[in-house]
Write a protein that binds this ligand. Structure first.
Ligand code: 9G3
Length: 567
């Protein structure tokens, strides 16, 4: 492709609202442009990279025997009624009406559609297992889209759905996808980890997220420094045995604590360690629930939900706290709560002579002893794991890393096949419900994750397999007869050899061309410059900055080593 004709609107300056490297560089290198908040267009270079990632995904999915389909982005709301999810999702699920006033949703995911397809056309066990996948645009109306295509409202996902006759069959389908994902992200040149993840509202059991490790990742991964344990902190289990402190229980006291509401304020008021404080948080759901954690720990809302049987609960607002607890949040506690439900994290049980709110403005109780001064419905694992905690598998200590979720695999079971009636006749002619799994890859997000991990101060550094072109051929001074003739000849010859070549045939100054070349990040650059008359060119590797002079005659052989094998 001739760069003089190619739309690569590079930018010198960092766009103001782009906070992270991948967002800045994808704009500056002319890969994407924002069309609306959280909505992006892919320009030619960006589209080529997207296509390379899609091709890797397609090859590895097809290799597992999965079959590619394409489902509609717009879906009848009736299917989401049938699955019961139309109400479960709020404004994030984009809804619209057609000209006949019929209700539709814009596809945030496709469990309902795929299950309705299989329900209607797959009846016999002989046709199972089957794994159907698509690569398609999704819509999720994020409240706060940011970080470019990393968290956009419209994005490209590969979503696959497996249908099996037995649990063991699902385990095999799941493993096949898990292994394919490892191959896909390895081929994309990513440094990633598969971590245990929370199944969230999707309702599956086993589930793993594929996380790309970067500082800007929005997810926090807890991993062991001496075993393969790794989990999203949303569900990382805490496996600590707490020992009661040595001191003997004292008589409870009520103490005036004006303007002392936060854990820090209480801890400095009494000059006690936060571990002595019982932090109380009120949740609203079918009924209010008071949740207790130790003052130096962080409550994990997903664990609270899971401990309450998956009930939809959320933190109470200031008004709700006032109306239920008759005082403001800084003073609530588990004592004299006239019977509301109380659950606590295991660590609370070991507190001796602790401190908690007195459920009265301006007062706290001290010398509080759990099970003597208040009782709880039960003790559960309700806190976030912390760095330094013992690893739940008993091996080593927990450390944190930040990650970007680029893949997510779930064992769904019969949640959707039940709801939508996807059943099959087994070998005895008995009707059984299909057992499902679902498997997603954020294709556009993967591009951004690659940029996050593969860039330097001069721009992008594409891994060979996803680079928009194999070679960046630069005619350094196209006004010079020798240089323009040789670069034109090389352009023809290199294409003949099967390379994807971006040919910078512009009459820009050399400095501009080299800056753009570093920004665009194609792995191998061939500069046709002053030594063109001697049939010598400069070859530069973007990843190492290494520059070597090569005789034109030796170029084909040299390139075989430097550029990934052409298919
Ligand atoms: C929605 C909206 C947002 C959503 C969902 C539905 C996440 C939703 C979970 C999944 C599970 C898997 C198939 C591919 C892999 C992931 N956010 N999820 O179901 F309506 Cl607005 O998408 N789906």
């Amino acid at each position: 492709m001739r760069q003089s004709l190619y739309m690569i609107p590079t930018l010198r300056d960092v766009p103001a609202d782009a906070e992270i490297a991948s967002h800045q560089l994808m704009l500056r290198a002319g890969l994407i442009r924002q069309t609306a908040s959280g909505i992006y267009s892919y320009l030619p270079l960006g589209k080529r990279v997207l296509k390379k990632v899609e091709e890797i995904v397609r090859e590895e999915m097809d290799a597992t025997g999965a079959q590619e389909v394409l489902m509609p982005a717009i879906q009848p709301a009736e299917l989401w009624e049938e699955s019961g999810r139309l109400q479960a999702y709020g404004p994030e699920l984009m809804r619209l009406k057609d000209r006949h006033d019929r209700d539709f949703v814009l596809g945030a995911t496709h469990e309902e559609v795929i299950t309705s397809l299989v329900r209607d056309d797959v009846k016999s066990y002989k046709k199972l297992p089957i794994n159907l996948y698509q690569i398609q645009t999704k819509f999720r109306d994020e409240r706060r889209p940011r970080f470019g295509v990393l968290r956009s409202r419209e994005f490209i996902m590969k979503d696959a759905y497996s249908f099996d006759t037995t649990k063991e069959g699902l385990d095999a389908s799941y493993q096949a996808m898990y292994d394919a994902y490892n191959r896909i992200f390895t081929r994309c040149g990513l440094d990633f980890r598969a971590v245990e993840a929370d199944s969230g509202a999707i309702g599956g059991t086993d589930t793993h997220e594929f996380m790309v490790l970067t500082e800007v990742g929005e997810d926090t991964i807890a991993y062991s420094d001496s075993s393969s344990f790794a989990a999203n902190i949303e569900i990382a289990p805490v496996n600590v045995t707490y020992r009661k402190e040595k001191e003997s229980p004292q008589e409870i006291e009520k103490v005036g604590t004006p303007n002392t509401k936060t854990i820090d304020e209480v801890s400095s008021f009494f000059s006690v360690d936060k571990r002595k404080i019982i932090k109380s948080l009120l949740f609203m759901g079918d009924e209010p629930v008071l949740v207790l954690v130790r003052g130096d720990h962080e409550l994990n809302e997903i664990k609270v939900k899971n401990s309450l049987g998956g009930a939809v609960v959320q933190l109470a607002s200031a008004e709700e706290i006032k109306s239920v607890m008759k005082c403001e949040s800084g003073y609530i506690g588990p004592i004299k709560t006239d019977g509301i439900r109380i659950i606590a994290d295991h660590a609370v049980k070991a507190i001796v002579n602790g401190i908690c709110g007195a459920n009265e403005e301006g007062y706290h109780f001290t010398q509080v002893n759990p099970d003597r001064d208040f009782t709880v419905e039960g003790y559960f694992d309700l806190r976030n794991i912390q760095e330094g905690d013992p690893s739940p598998d008993g091996k080593g200590t927990i450390k944190f890393a930040r990650g970007i979720e680029v893949g997510h695999v779930f064992k769904l079971g019969t949640k959707y096949s039940d709801a939508l009636g996807a059943s099959f006749l087994d070998e005895n002619g008995k009707t059984q419900t299909m057992i499902m799994g679902c498997y997603g890859i954020g294709v556009s997000r993967t591009v951004a994750a690659i940029v996050e991990q593969r860039h330097d101060e001069n721009g992008l550094v594409w891994p060979a397999e996803v680079s928009p072109f194999d070679i960046h051929l630069i005619g350094i001074n196209m006004k010079d007869e020798e240089q323009s003739q040789l670069s034109e000849r090389l352009y023809t010859d290199l294409k003949q050899l099967g390379y994807d070549v971006l040919f910078d045939d512009r009459t820009e100054r050399a400095g501009v061309k080299f800056k753009d070349s570093d920004l665009i990040g194609i792995p191998v650059r061939i500069g046709v410059g002053k030594k063109a008359a001697e049939q010598i060119v400069e070859v530069k590797l973007r990843s190492t900055g290494e520059m070597i002079e090569v005789a034109v005659a030796d170029l084909p052989q040299k390139l075989v080593e430097l550029v990934r094998e052409r298919k």
